[in-house]
Ligand binder design. Structure first.
Ligand code: HEM
Length: 471
């Protein structure tokens, strides 16, 4: 699902992995699913007893098309390198294997083709700009653009009408490169190695991260029935009451009279002011710790908290540690004079620290605060038709994104490019899951928060028990 979404956003066409998986599973003969007769035992007798009634089933997967296979081979390779004690050497060895080389060659060809498609789409919308009017080699060439009968090589700002029909990130890349090349008076280099790397980084950055966070979301919701029930109540009574009104026809099809209505993605993404939903989504991101760190390289010799950091050192900013999801024991060890002047200045504006008591707990309420709103109401003052304005105070619950520190999307100029898309995806997933199903807590032996770190911070166990809700 996450790969399908990012593929569509990157290239504007559908990969269809999810529908293929669904069809494959629907048509699977029951004999193809191997059901173990016993659940794997742990060393803990209580857990064994608890899980005795559950059998964990792993469903087979379809044979994916070559685009998906290549993507998975390459991302698995990055995963492997990230977990190896010798990442560079391990990845070098992997790159020598025929399987990896084929996947990489396919990926390069695919990205090249998609850039060429985007070029045709975008540049054909610009009358005086021919698709062949660029320099593939990336060399510099002065290009003359005729405007009003004069030879004009000056910077030309494209009006938005010149670029109508943009459908995906690759189109944007072509558009931006066109504008940059015009501004710098050079030939555009659409499929430079950097452009291809950016596109591939976009696919990787937007796929594994979202998929991993979705796994955590399922676990947190199942493990916190109170949160799940409260959210379901808010969604049905406040957020989308028209979809909850009756078990009439489905929102997506009008043929069934008993299918429950399901909020559309347009309704889910356009509905603002839903503090509890925002709080649940934000808390999922905080607790998941999907991307454990952001990295920056020191561009000059410097010091951090009194420690010298030579130029070229990689500095990791951990988003899954003290201060974010663990109590900040380190704070007590740092003296004021160790902090830099800018750090001391920033303290005034810094976000409040999380409550040390429950910093590690999944508690969406930490993102909510009550606020008092004064409204003026026109009331009859009892004097016939005369009315006066009376000020009324109402307290209301609001979502406060500045409730405390988080770093799961990094920050600054190189902060996550897809943050907003990640929020949209998570919002839709959480609403639909909670709307349609009760996520039942699985026994400890099949659940828990144990994780392993590869490219992302993944749960060790992600078993799902769904109870379909009838309305
Ligand atoms: C749960 C979802 C996601 C998480 C936790 C996440 C996290 C991150 C983090 C920590 C960084 C490094 C930021 C820094 O160094 O300051 C990053 C960079 C990036 N992310 Fe995401 N990301 C997510 C989803 C996405 C999606 C959906 C996309 C694409 C639409 C995306 C595209 C990127 C790109 C292109 C970069 C590199 C930005 C740059 O170097 O300028 N991410 N992401």
């Amino acid at each position: 699902m996450a790969l399908d979404s990012i593929w569509d956003v990157a290239f504007g066409n559908e990969l269809n992995t999810l529908p293929e998986e669904i069809t494959f599973l629907r048509n699977l003969p029951s004999t193809a699913i191997s059901i173990p007769t016993t659940t794997p035992k742990t060393n803990n007798a209580a857990i064994n007893a608890d899980t005795a009634n559950y059998l964990s089933i792993t469903f087979p997967k379809p044979s994916y098309n070559i685009s998906v296979r290549s993507m998975l081979i390459i991302t698995d390779g990055l995963d492997m390198a990230a977990t190896s004690p010798f990442p560079r050497q391990a990845h070098w060895l992997l790159r020598q294997t025929p399987r990896y080389r084929h996947a990489r060659a396919y990926k390069t060809r695919l990205i090249q083709e998609r850039i060429a498609d985007a070029k045709r789409r975008v540049l054909s919308a610009i009358p005086s700009f021919s698709p062949n009017d660029d320099n593939e080699g990336g060399g510099r060439r002065t290009r003359r653009r005729k405007r009003s009968g004069t030879n004009d090589t000056s910077t030309i700002t494209a009006s938005s009408s010149e670029f109508h029909g943009i459908t995906c990130a690759t189109d944007h890349l072509v558009r931006r490169e066109t504008l940059a090349a015009r501004k710098e008076n050079r030939a555009p280099a659409y499929d430079s190695p950097e452009a291809k790397d950016e596109l591939f980084g976009f696919l990787v950055g937007g796929h594994d991260t979202t998929a991993t966070t979705m796994m955590w979301a399922i676990k947190f919701l199942a493990d916190h029935p109170r949160v799940q029930n409260k959210l379901r109540h808010v969604l049905r009574t406040e957020a989308f009451p028209s979809f909850a009104s009756s078990s009439s026809s489905s929102s997506s099809s009008s043929d069934s009279s008993c299918t429950p209505k399901i909020p559309t993605s347009a309704a889910i993404t356009s509905r603002t002011n839903l503090p509890y939903l925002d709080a649940v989504v934000e808390e999922i991101f905080r607790c998941a710790g999907t991307a454990a760190s952001a990295v920056r390289q020191a561009t000059r010799d410097t010091t951090l908290l009194g420690y010298s950091i030579p130029k070229g050192t990689d500095v990791y900013f951990m988003s899954n540690g003290p201060g974010y999801i663990q109590s900040n024991a380190l704070n007590a060890l740092i003296t004021e004079d160790q902090r830099s002047a800018s750090s001391r200045e920033y303290r005034e504006r810094a976000l409040p620290a999380w409550d040390e008591e429950d910093i590690s707990a999944f508690r969406p309420e930490r993102w909510l605060k009550t606020t008092t709103v004064k409204t003026k109401t026109a009331v009859d003052d009892g004097g016939g038709d005369r009315e006066t304005n009376e000020e009324k105070e109402t307290t209301t619950m609001v979502f406060d994104v500045r409730s405390g520190p988080v770093l799961q999307f990094g920050g600054g100029l190189r902060g996550c490019f897809g943050k907003r898309m990640a929020y949209l995806e998570m919002r839709i997933l959480v609403v639909l899951l909670v709307w349609m199903y009760e996520l039942v807590q699985v026994p400890e032996g099949l659940g828990g928060n144990a994780a392993f770190d590869s490219l992302t911070h993944k749960p060790k166990n992600c078993y799902l028990v769904l109870q379909e809700l009838k309305y």
